[in-house]
Design a protein around this ligand. Structure first.
Ligand code: SAH
Length: 224
């Protein structure tokens, strides 16, 4: 078998695993937003983990991505993305780029994604992966995402993929009127996935179940 053929077979296997991941772990657990399901069928999740873990990329769990961080469980990505109710027109701020997998799912569904990662090595790798896959509507920068991205604010949607003790005030300030933010809030060990909406100037929050994320670190979050 020549090399191209072998690679083709590999991609075919990943595509089948991806179909199954979406059917069983995401749609099968109640995520009904067809656009979200379609985006998760498209994004090659294995490309966001190191090669030794490719075989586990479509499993029902988070995986290590180095620097003591993790790529979120597929179901959690589906749940958070569907809570954002993206239509394709939004400017989205993401905090915690990590592997860039969630960033890619957002890039499939929104107009533009600004993503902030605290650890330069992860930011660099995510940028390279997203570029190799051809995502042109993503901007990544290194810094404390709890401070937001003032030059690009306001944002129609904000997604925080690390858990903090509270909603960082700068993120509330940078949420547009009619905007939605999804953020895990709680202790370092356990958080509540929280939906924050700004409706006619008023802030409303609603809980959406328990979750466990790595820590959001820095000012307005946990001490490094
Ligand atoms: N969405 C990512 C999940 C990454 S885990 C994925 O799909 O791969 C959470 C990430 O948040 C980690 O990479 C961590 O370094 C980053 N992080 C933690 N605190 C942060 C902060 N204050 N600002 C930006 N990124 C932060």
């Amino acid at each position: 078998m020549d090399r191209r053929r072998a690679e083709g077979d590999g991609e075919g296997r990943f595509a089948r695993e991806r179909e199954r991941m979406v059917a069983e772990q995401v749609a099968g657990r109640g995520i009904a937003d067809e656009r979200v399901l379609a985006a998760m069928r498209r994004v090659p999740r294995h490309r966001f983990v190191q090669e030794g873990l490719h075989g586990f990329a479509y499993g029902d769990r988070p995986l290590p991505i180095g620097e003591e961080q993790t790529i979120s469980q597929p179901y959690m990505v589906g749940l958070m993305t569907s809570l954002l109710e993206l239509t394709g027109r939004e400017k989205v701020l993401e905090i915690g780029t990590g592997s860039g997998y969630q960033t890619a799912v957002l890039a499939e569904l929104a107009r533009r994604v600004c993503s902030i990662e605290r650890l330069p090595r992860l930011a660099e790798r995510a940028r390279a992966t997203l570029e190799a896959l051809g995502y042109a509507n993503v901007w990544i920068r290194v810094g404390n995402g709890a401070l937001g991205w003032p030059d690009e604010a306001p944002f129609d949607r904000i997604l925080v993929t690390a858990g903090g003790p509270d909603v960082p005030p700068p993120l509330l300030q940078q949420l547009a009127e009619g905007g939605r933010m999804v953020i895990p809030v709680g202790t370092a060990d356990s958080q509540v996935l929280t939906l924050v909406e700004r409706v006619r100037g008023e802030i409303r929050t609603r809980p959406h179940g328990e979750c466990k994320f790595v820590r959001l670190v820095g000012k307005y979050a946990w001490e490094g």
